[in-house]
Write a protein that binds this ligand. Structure first.
Ligand SMILES: Nc1ncnc2c1ncn2[C@@H]1O[C@H](COP(=O)(O)OP(=O)(O)OP(=O)(O)O)[C@@H](O)[C@H]1O
Length: 607
């Protein structure tokens, strides 16, 4: 006789170790329900086991694929944030899987090239933050329906294969040891998807070293690169009409080019009914600001749109409204941490915030499975683009005065968040250069702030910047100083022009952070080695730069007890001189030699 689902899962449990969290897996109940309820982490549809979501349970041992293969309806497995090690399980034995989440374990070794062959339904593969080595398996690049691929934080080496699928929405391969040119199919991805790979090159990173050839040939090559970039932009425009069309594009064979809100909901209802058999709630757009032209926003979902990039939490799109203004719509896929009431209450709270250095939330769209947040589009782009993006010759890099203005603005925005959101331990939680937008006059505008209570916890822990602070890595702790650590890293990024997780020195471990690198260079060499040359600045301003670098380091102090709090960091930044006169130079010089600024030079970590 065929084994029951219960027998199969108990056999599977036998191959695991440290299974305390699976106490409910026993014969007194059935996996899919009954009294007092189903088994923890088992997702069922109509009584069939459809998914296993065993995350953050301290599990170890073997993931027995042969046993799982006996569950005919299994479509998704997640073992994220556990302690599994050794080789990757034989995923393709479950050939009907749609999603595989193995991030944040200690899996290691090479993955065979054909490890994902024949998995035609596979849409989401997360293998991030393990110890995988060897090449990126070719079969991953050939998956016909892949939408999300997360490989960051491993030891993958060699070149990235060319990807077949064009609909990839979320891709990250940062912090590996990859080299060579970024394949054409991935060039539209965010710069941060590739950072921390010392030898990768080509768009969106810097250009690849060109062989020394006569100038005329070089000009031809440049021409081709420009043509390719232009065609990539045109293709992106054609393919990605709007956030909703994107969903439709993926889900139905012949998408309408524009969908109205009502049609959209119909499409989504149908999808959800077929996927889960559950009745889902109709989505709705809620406005957070009274001054908005609501009629225009109502047209949002039928506006044509262009993808700005795919981040950790979803994709962002720029949509042009009927009145000609542009907004950004960010799709969040992992925002089910709280119920609807609580979600709306929190969004209203964020909507009430008002500060010149915060980008306001304009509206949000709520459905159980998906949330959209709407903000104004900021033309001048993000700080990340200005610091690390490819620059036109006539567009100079940020100079010192501008960088100081940006840091002062960020400090003010953070101080405001700390005052207005006192119940949040880390009021921003996701501070990084792509979440700082710059107005035309280079006033910084913080975005993606205050969202941590809404984000699913395991996702927040895996992906949010705050959770990567030393205290989180070592002790799983988030403190009031966690945002300070991110701010410190951002200050160092702005002053050095270096991406925080970039391999900075040959032979150093890939997780060397920016602060450790700056600390490893003696202060006499800071001017030559550490400061971004593009920042310019006079001898006078160098003193202020040194002070600011020390502030950045004080914010990046690994020991939370010794790290400054946000108030102290903001006060020290406010003291920095923006003007560059001789008087300032001498007063600056004097204060560097005397108290109170002496505290800075006396900090042990600076010596
Ligand atoms: N309102 C906006 N105006 C202009 N550009 C924006 C706006 N919001 C986001 N962007 C840019 O769009 C790109 C994608 O943003 P998104 O927030 O989706 O990802 P991210 O910031 O890279 O990562 P994460 O998902 O972790 O926040 C980034 O380059 C970001 O700077």
């Amino acid at each position: 006789a065929k084994p029951s689902q219960s027998e199969i899962l108990l056999e599977f449990k036998n191959s695991l170790r440290n299974v305390t969290a699976l106490g409910s897996w026993n014969t007194s109940t059935t996996p899919c329900g009954g009294s007092p309820g189903g088994w923890v982490g088992v997702i069922c549809i109509n009584g069939d086991v459809w998914g296993l979501q065993l995350e953050g349970m301290g599990l170890m041992g073997t993931i027995d694929m042969d046993t799982l293969a006996k569950l005919p309806h299994l479509r998704g497995i997640s073992f994220m944030n556990n302690h599994f090690d050794g080789a990757i399980p034989k995923i393709k034995k479950l050939s009907a899987l749609k999603s595989v989440f193995l991030s944040n374990n200690q899996f290691s070794g090479e993955i065979e090239d054909d490890a994902f062959s024949g998995m035609v339904s596979l849409k989401k593969v997360h293998l991030a933050h393990n110890k995988f080595s060897g090449g990126v398996p070719e079969s991953l690049a050939l998956l016909p329906r892949i939408l999300e691929l997360r490989l960051e934080g491993n030891h993958f080496k060699g070149q990235i294969p060319e990807f077949r699928a064009t609909q990839l929405q979320s891709f990250n391969i940062s912090n590996n040891n990859l080299e060579g040119p970024i394949p054409e199919s991935l060039r539209k991805m965010e710069l941060t998807s590739f950072s921390g790979n010392k030898n990768l090159c080509g768009a969106p990173l810097g250009s690849c070293p060109r062989p020394k050839k006569p100038t005329t040939l070089m000009m031809v090559v440049v021409g081709i690169v420009v043509a390719l970039a232009l065609s990539a932009i045109i293709v992106a425009f054609i393919l990605l009409r709007c956030s909703k069309c994107q969903t439709t594009l993926v889900q139905v064979e012949t998408p309408p080019s524009k969908v109205t809100c009502r049609e959209l909901d119909k499409v989504k209802l149908q999808e959800s009914n077929t996927e889960s058999g559950k009745k889902v709630e109709q989505g709705k757009l809620y406005y957070l600001r009274n001054d908005e032209n609501k009629c225009d926003l109502k047209d949002l979902l039928k506006a044509s749109a262009e993808i700005l990039g795919s981040g950790y939490f979803g994709s962002s799109y720029k949509a042009v409204l009927v009145n000609g203004s542009s907004v950004v719509v960010k799709r969040f896929r992992h925002m089910n941490n709280v119920g609807k009431e609580e979600f709306q209450e929190h969004m209203r709270r964020l909507g009430r915030l008002n500060h010149p250095n915060l980008l306001p939330f304009v509206a949000y769209y709520y459905r159980e499975e998906e949330k959209l947040l709407v903000t104004d589009f900021i033309d001048n782009g993000s700080l990340a683009i200005h610091l690390h993006g490819n620059h036109a010759r006539d567009q100079p890099r940020l100079d010192w005065a501008t960088r100081l203005k940006i840091i002062k603005g960020i400090a003010k925005g953070l101080a405001y968040l700390y005052t207005e959101l006192p119940t949040l331990i880390a009021p921003h939680s996701h501070l990084k250069s792509s979440n700082v937008l710059l107005s035309k006059s280079f006033t910084p505008l913080l975005t993606d702030y205050g969202l941590v209570p809404l984000i699913n916890q395991e996702i927040a822990q895996a992906l949010m910047v705050a959770y990567k602070s030393p205290e989180y890595k070592q002790h799983g702790r988030i403190t009031k100083k966690t945002d300070v650590w991110s701010f410190g890293t951002l200050i160092l990024e702005i002053l050095t022009g270096k991406f925080p997780t970039q391999n900075l020195q040959q032979g150093q471990a890939s997780d060397t952070d920016l602060a450790s690198w700056v600390n490893s260079v003696s202060q006499e060499e800071w001017e030559d080695e550490v400061f971004d040359k593009e920042m310019g600045g006079t001898t006078n301003s160098k003193w202020e730069m040194v002070k600011l670098l020390k502030i950045g380091l004080a914010c990046c102090e690994g020991d939370v007890g010794k790290r400054w709090d946000m108030k102290e960091a903001v006060e020290k930044i406010e003291e920095l001189k923006e003007k560059d006169s001789e008087d300032d130079f001498y007063s600056s010089y004097a204060s560097e030699m005397e108290s109170p600024s002496r505290q800075l030079s006396d900090e042990p970590s600076f010596s």
